[in-house]
Design a protein around this ligand. Structure first.
Ligand code: SF4
Ligand code: SF4
Ligand code: SF4
Length: 187
């Protein structure tokens, strides 16, 4: 079985918000509501040693997800493909999963149901890549199978020395970042 994941090549992200807007459009999230992706934009240092970091943060599709562990209603669950989902029928809107997420990757919708990335399940079932990946003009987002050493994703992760953020939480995230050491403080 595939173990789907993402690589964020931060050196290629120009902060255009294409992934944020594309995701909202694809999933029908209205203007004014928070989406499933947030952009972090931080500038560090002082002239002339200044560096700006811009990168998207979304659900990390943790292998050991605290959002699932804390949900007492069985609403937040891992499906047979290992993708984190919410069963809206079972959700009581207690917000525990939002609080438990170490990545601040989940938001409450106005209707009281939590919203977070599911890797565009509807698209990957059709063999397409997630819409954020398709929306990125600089190829900063790469989707694929982490368990296939021959996938573009696995090769680029190795080549670029990418790794997940905040590994101290031991959730085994499936989203990898280049420049992870520099980004840790911003997430
Ligand atoms: S990043 Fe947050 S919402 Fe996503 S699986 Fe991990 S704990 Fe759950
Ligand atoms: S908000 Fe819904 S999915 Fe999240 S912990 Fe509560 S019942 Fe579970
Ligand atoms: S679409 Fe690509 S370049 Fe634009 S903000 Fe998202 S990751 Fe960065």
């Amino acid at each position: 079985m595939s173990r789907f994941g993402l690589l964020i090549d931060v050196s290629r992200c120009n902060g255009c918000s294409g992934c944020v807007v594309g995701c909202k459009n694809w999933h029908g999230i209205p203007a004014g509501e928070e989406g499933r992706i947030r952009l972090v934009d931080r500038t560090v240092g002082s002239f002339p040693e200044v560096r700006r970091w811009i990168f998207p943060v979304m659900c990390m599709q943790c292998d050991f997800p605290p959002c699932v562990t804390v949900c007492r209603f069985g609403a937040c669950f891992v499906d047979e493909r290992g993708i984190i989902q919410v069963n809206e029928e079972k959700c009581v809107g207690c917000e525990l999963c939002v609080i438990a997420c170490p990545y601040d990757a989940r938001v409450m919708r106005r209707d009281g149901v939590p919203e977070s990335c599911n890797l565009c399940l509807d698209r990957i079932e059709e063999g397409k890549e997630p819409y954020c990946v398709a929306s990125c003009p600089t190829h900063a987002l790469i989707f694929g199978d982490l368990d296939n050493p021959e996938s573009e994703l696995s090769k680029l992760i190795k080549q670029k020395g990418a790794r997940p953020l905040k590994r101290k939480h031991h959730t085994r995230p499936r989203v990898y970042y280049t420049h992870a050491r520099e980004l840790e403080a911003f997430v």
